[in-house]
Design a protein around this ligand. Structure first.
Ligand code: S3P
Length: 166
């Protein structure tokens, strides 16, 4: 089985994913980390030198590689489920969990976590607020296709395990 954690930047996918993988005895993978390793560049450098489109293509390529594997928990970059039919690929090949977090909590969490994220690194606080509102409302239709939707930051790992085993 593959479990995909999806949701906006700052929704705690990696932290939750690591704990969930440990609990299930599965391997944990993070899509951004794998792409960074493949290119030997940071996400900022990939966006700067190759462009966002190349990054998005690499997300879909990676996803198609991952689905041949099993016993994995995958934390996906915030944009991955929202293009190229990726959400359908995810749901056809695994269980998806949307870590839902409110705008205001995302805003507070992202204020100090902007710098490694090319889409928001140059935004003022006010611009960040508008960006989150606009982007999240565009992305939610994709995130809402998840097999399960849970309260992102205070989800209990045991609750997640129960959901997955339902
Ligand atoms: C992105 C989210 C980032 C990373 C890239 C683009 C997005 O991942 O993939 O900066 O489009 O939302 P996190 O969700 O892990 O921050």
């Amino acid at each position: 089985m593959i479990i995909f954690l999806i949701g906006f930047m700052g929704s705690g996918k990696s932290t939750t994913g690591k704990k969930l993988a440990k609990k299930l005895g599965y391997e944990f993978l993070d899509s951004d980390t794998l792409i960074v390793e493949q290119y030997g560049m940071s996400i900022n450098e990939i966006f700067d030198h190759l462009g966002e489109e190349s990054f998005r293509e690499s997300e879909t390529r990676l996803l198609k590689e991952l689905i041949s594997r099993s016993n994995l928990v995958v934390s996906t970059g915030g944009g991955l489920p929202c293009h190229s039919g990726n959400m359908d690929i995810i749901n056809r090949n695994g269980i998806s969990i949307y870590l839902k977090v409110s705008y205001s909590v995302l805003f507070n969490r992202l204020l100090n976590r902007k710098y490694k994220r090319p889409l928001i690194r140059n935004l003022s606080d006010q611009e960040l607020k508008f960006f989150i509102e606009k982007k999240l409302s565009r992305r939610e239709p994709f995130y809402n296709k998840a097999t399960h939707i849970v309260r992102g930051l205070d989800v209990e790992i045991d609750e997640l395990v129960d959901l997955i085993r339902e």
